[in-house]
Design a protein around this ligand. Sequence first.
Ligand code: COI
Length: 347
Amino acid sequence: MKIRITEKSNLSKIDFSNLGFGAGLSDHVFICEYKNGSWGEGSIEPYGSLSQGLGLHALHYGQAVFEGQKAYRQKDNSIAIFRPEKNLKRLNISAKRMLIPEVPGDIFINGLTELIKVDSDWVPKGENQSLYLRPFLFSSSEFVAARPSEEYTFAIVTSPVGELYSKAVKVKVEQSFTRAASGGVGYAKAAGNYGGSFLATHNAVKEGFNQVLWTDHAEHNYLEEAGTMNVAFVLNNKLVTPILSDRILAGITRDSILTLAKEWNITIEERRIKVDELITALKDGSLNEAFGMGTAAVVSQINGIGFNDEIFSVPIPKNGIAMRMKKALSAIRYGESEDKFNWMYHI
Ligand code: COI
């Protein structure tokens, strides 16, 4: 693979003692182009501008999908990525839905591996820190006819990150806007799913919430997912989470938590959850805890849920399922405990 090293590193501009989420991008990118029906080899380049003009297809028609994943500094100073094959699979599920050519596995894995090797100094060493990896795939022909693009670009940028939410979050049950409808693209990690959600989130933030808790498109009666994460509830000590559908993103953190929960003999219910059931449980105290799960959000406790004009408090136990899951995942990710499920891909 061709590797072109930057002449001017930005590493010294990063305050590793105070990492937020997603602002400082690392020195290099992986980029690979799809032209004339096939993928090129891909190369590592200094972070910089695109060469396309304003006719760029993705800007007009939004054939664009992405992934979120992380690389972790291990106890022995080496680096490992969490479940990259799952991200590859999901990227290609998203691509298929958006009529984008799938990315071959070797391009995806070699691109990630070589990029992390080149920017290994960007992988942070602090507690709860990691290198966020953002593979993305977009239509890169230049024309304005409303038809699929002929050319596509697969790229990866990375960014050293801390926690997305450093404390418990408040979510608002959304009763007017809709994130996804049946038959739509909700299960794909399509760029537009996020762009389309920003107005509702912006409104919720103005009301003092951190995120929206989406409900179904038809009646707003059933819980779906939160803006940046899947959600789970501990109801009468059972772990209950909305069952996946074509409106919900199949979270890799969600899958990992359900795998651990099975291992720990926790009763799991993947099913439709009525908003009414949640509100009743909030009122009668049978909701033991609630949390979000995602690559960026990791495991984020939910301490308040807004519905109509009320805000209900949710317990945030120190040693509940959420915090035990967070600790267990962290130990696996940083190489501090046995990787029983073979989740870590070592660079
Ligand atoms: C992730 O968790 O990786 C996401 O993609 C959510 C958000 C930061 C867009």
